[in-house]
Design a protein around this ligand. Structure first.
Ligand SMILES: NC(=O)c1ccc[n+]([C@@H]2O[C@H](COP(=O)([O-])OP(=O)(O)OC[C@H]3O[C@@H](n4cnc5c(N)ncnc54)[C@H](O)[C@@H]3O)[C@@H](O)[C@H]2O)c1
Length: 322
C-alpha cells in the first residue's frame, strides 16, 4: 500500500466536486482522476480539479494505479456502482444514502467484507461543529442522564426537490432517504438503537411525488423518548435540537447559530461553531477514510451506520404508509 492513497472520483456534480476540493489539503491522499456519466461534466471537472478524465467507468475499475473511489452519484446508482467498485478491489467512500433498500445495503457491506476493503458512508452531519459538540457534552454528562430529545429540521426546499433525479422517488428515495438519513443517523449516534413508535407524513403538493413534511415518535433502547419533525415546505425554516437530561438541558441550532446547556440551578454555557473549531466536516470525514485505509484507524462512522440510517428511514416510511 502506498503512503498516499490514490483516489478516483465518480460523479462530478455538486458534492463530488466539493469532496474533491476537500481532499486537496490532505497530504496522505491524492485525487488521480475523475469520471462522470456526462462526458462534458467529466471534462469540466477534470480541468477544474487538474486531474485526468476517465473515459468510462470500466477505465476507473481497471486502473491499477487506483486504491479507492469516492462515489458521489445519485442514490439509485449507489448499489450497482458500489458493488462494481468493491468487487474491483477498491476501497469505497460512498455518499449517503448507502442504497435505497436494506437488502442492497447488506449486499454492499458483504462485498466490502469479502474483498477486505473499507466502506464508509458520508453521514457527515455528525462532524458539523454543533452536532459534534452535543455528543461531546452528552458524553461528559453535563446534563446528567438523557431523558428526551426533540429534533426539528425545517426549511423551504421544495424547488430543489422538483429538479432532476431528486424529484423521482425511485431515484432519490424521497426526502427521508435523500436528506433525513442524516438526522436519523445523528440521533442513533447520540442515543443508540431505536424503534419507530408512530409516524405521520403529508404531501400537500403534487410535485415532488413524495412526503414533504413528516414527524415521528421514537423510543430508544436506552429509554430516551424522541420526536423528530422534518419539512421541506416550511417557509420560516430553522433547525433545533433540544435534549432534556436529569441534571440539565441542552439545545443547538444545527448548521449555524450556537449550542448551549444549562444545569439545573446553574449558569448557562454556550459555544459557537467558531469557538468549537473542529475541521471542515467533509475534509474531516475524508481524512478519516484515508487513515482507515492506510493505517487501519477506526472510522467515526462506517458502512453499517449508513445501512442503519437507510433501515430507519424505511421504518419511518413504513409507519407513515401503514
Ligand atoms: N453529505 C452531504 O452533505 C451531501 C450533500 C449533497 C449531496 N449528497 C449526496 O451525494 C450524491 C450526489 O448528490 P449531488 O448533489 O452531488 O448530485 P448532482 O446531481 O449534483 O451530481 C451527481 C452526478 O452524478 C452523475 N452521474 C449520474 N449517474 C452516474 C453514473 N452512473 N456514473 C457516473 N456518474 C453518474 C451525474 O451526471 C451528476 O454529475 C447523492 O447521493 C446525495 O444524497 C450528500
Amino acid at each position: 500500500m502506498h503512503t498516499q492513497l490514490r483516489i478516483g472520483l465518480i460523479g462530478a456534480g455538486g458534492i463530488g466536486r466539493h469532496l474533491a476540493w476537500q481532499l486537496r489539503p490532505l497530504s496522505e491522499a491524492r485525487l488521480v482522476g475523475v469520471y462522470d456519466a456526462d462526458p462534458e461534466l467529466t471534462q469540466r471537472a477534470a480541468t477544474e480539479l487538474e486531474v485526468p478524465a476517465y473515459e468510462s467507468l470500466q477505465a476507473v475499475l481497471d486502473d491499477p494505479e487506483l486504491d479507492a473511489c469516492i462515489l458521489a452519484t445519485p442514490p439509485y446508482t449507489h448499489y450497482e456502482l458500489g458493488m462494481q467498485i468493491l468487487q474491483s478491489g477498491k476501497h469505497l467512500f460512498c455518499e449517503k444514502p448507502l442504497a435505497l433498500t436494506v437488502e442492497h445495503c447488506d449486499a454492499l457491506l458483504q462485498a466490502a467484507q469479502q474483498s477486505g476493503r473499507v466502506l464508509m458512508v458520508g453521514q457527515v452531519l455528525r462532524l458539523f461543529p454543533l452536532f459534534w459538540q452535543s455528543k461531546q457534552w452528552l458524553q461528559e454528562g453535563v446534563i446528567g442522564e438523557p431523558v428526551a430529545v426533540h429534533l426539528q429540521r425545517r426549511g423551504y426546499e421544495l424547488n430543489l426537490f422538483k429538479e432532476g433525479w431528486r424529484a423521482d422517488p425511485a431515484q432519490s428515495g424521497g426526502v427521508l432517504l435523500e436528506m433525513n438519513v442524516h438526522e436519523l443517523d445523528y440521533l442513533r449516534w447520540l442515543f443508540g438503537e431505536f424503534e419507530v413508535v408512530a409516524a405521520q407524513g403529508r404531501q400537500p403538493f403534487t410535485e415532488p411525488n413524495f412526503i414533504q413534511h413528516w414527524h415521528a415518535l421514537l423510543r430508544f433502547e436506552n429509554g430516551v423518548a424522541g420526536d423528530i419533525e422534518c419539512s421541506i415546505i416550511d417557509a420560516l425554516g430553522g433547525y433545533t435540537v433540544r435534549i432534556v437530561g436529569t441534571e440539565g438541558a441542552l439545545e443547538h441550532t444545527g448548521f449555524s447559530g450556537e449550542i448551549r446547556y444549562k444545569r439545573i440551578g446553574g449558569q448557562e454555557m454556550n459555544l459557537t461553531p467558531e469557538e468549537i473549531g473542529t475541521p471542515e466536516p467533509y475534509m474531516w470525514e475524508l481524512r478519516s477514510f484515508v487513515r482507515a485505509v492506510l493505517y487501519n484507524e477506526s472510522l467515526p462512522f462506517d458502512g453499517y451506520d449508513g445501512r442503519m440510517a437507510v433501515a430507519n428511514a424505511l421504518a419511518v416510511l413504513e409507519k407513515i404508509t401503514g
